[in-house]
Design a protein around this ligand. Structure first.
Ligand SMILES: Cc1cc2nc3c(=O)[nH]c(=O)nc-3n(C[C@H](O)[C@H](O)[C@H](O)COP(=O)(O)OP(=O)(O)OC[C@H]3O[C@@H](n4cnc5c(N)ncnc54)[C@H](O)[C@@H]3O)c2cc1C
Length: 281
């Protein structure tokens, strides 16, 4: 087993949707909800995009028949955004309509900044017809405060993240402190405005700030949720759930795990050192 495969086991549920459902069921036992993501991005043909749609439609059916508490997350480039906006829109619409029939919810992940505006445009277009869709926004981007206000006015649920993509200084903050400060400011705005925002971070300082802010402003703990990634800060996930807070874990599965895993590796110096050490050992 390669070192990358070994690490992938920490961050990825497995190759099949049955693996993801199993992990969701285990999380549910701790009072933690899930959002299931079929790994894949930047597909180059409409046939690949179609396979992804079919997988999500089957996944929604399996979530319903298993009776697990799980929503779904997806990337628009997995549905054909690199081919055309119209294809990604139509494919996403099929998935969101199906989710609506099951009373389920779909969240668009936010990809690199080249896709931000297109993702938001598709989201707002879909929300004219279907309420059960929201997206992630990244506090690393200079534009995000304005995007958060626009989406909140629209009634869309925002998942606030710091951002996992390397971005040029023309569009993004360079200092981590600025990304964190922007997170704190936007987090407070979306907590105040409602629409079931998701505070998606493993940063305990920000998580504590969110709980304190909610308490001070009489924001009910059932009206927002914390989200974390599978395999990261498990004890914290459980502790928050034990305190009666809404917690959701992002559960990726599938064969195309490499780009996802590389983003997770880059986020933490210790991960890189671990890989390097194992390569040279
Ligand atoms: C539910 C969810 C959905 C996401 N969706 C998106 C998205 O759509 N688009 C996007 O660009 N990004 C997304 N991300 C990733 C996000 O942008 C960050 O890259 C990632 O969460 C790390 O930032 P942090 O907020 O945890 O803060 P950081 O300051 O990076 O980390 C805080 C602490 O968390 C721990 N930690 C963080 N990352 C790791 C890791 N990989 N391995 C082990 N420990 C770690 C460390 O202890 C670290 O000190 C998502 C994150 C979550 C939780």
């Amino acid at each position: 087993m390669s070192i990358l495969t070994y690490l992938a086991r920490r961050y990825v549920a497995g190759e099949d949707r049955a693996d993801a459902i199993k992990v969701a069921r285990a999380l549910n036992q701790y009072g933690i909800a899930a959002t299931l993501d079929n790994l894949g991005e930047n597909v180059k043909t409409s046939e690949e995009a179609e396979l992804s749609v079919k997988e999500y439609l089957s996944l929604l059916g399996d979530i319903a028949s298993a009776g697990v508490d799980a929503a779904v997350s997806l990337k628009l480039t997995h549905l054909g955004l690199d081919l055309s906006d119209e294809l990604a829109y139509e494919n996403a619409r099929r998935i969101i309509r199906s989710a609506h029939g099951y009373g389920n919810f779909v969240r668009f992940d936010m990809e690199g900044s080249a896709y931000t505006q297109r993702t938001i445009d598709i989201l707002l277009r879909l929300r004219q017809e279907l309420p059960n869709v929201g997206c992630a926004l990244q506090t690393s981007l200079l534009r995000t405060q304005a995007d958060a206000a626009r989406l909140t006015d629209n009634g869309a649920s925002i998942r606030l993240v710091k951002g996992a993509y390397k971005e040029p200084p023309s569009v993004a903050f360079k200092d981590k402190k600025d990304v964190d400060d922007n997170y704190s400011a936007i987090m407070k705005e979306i907590l105040m405005r409602g629409n079931m925002p998701a505070i998606a971070t493993h940063d305990e300082r920000l998580i504590n700030e969110a709980t304190r802010f909610a308490l001070e402003n009489k924001i009910d703990k059932g009206s927002f949720e914390f989200e974390m990634l599978l395999g990261i800060k498990r004890a914290l996930q459980k502790r928050l759930a034990d305190e009666g807070r809404r917690v959701r874990v992002y559960v990726p599965y599938g064969k195309n795990w490499l780009p996802y895993m590389m983003r997770r590796l880059r986020e933490r110096k210790e991960n890189i050192l671990f890989v390097v050490k194992n390569i040279f050992d």
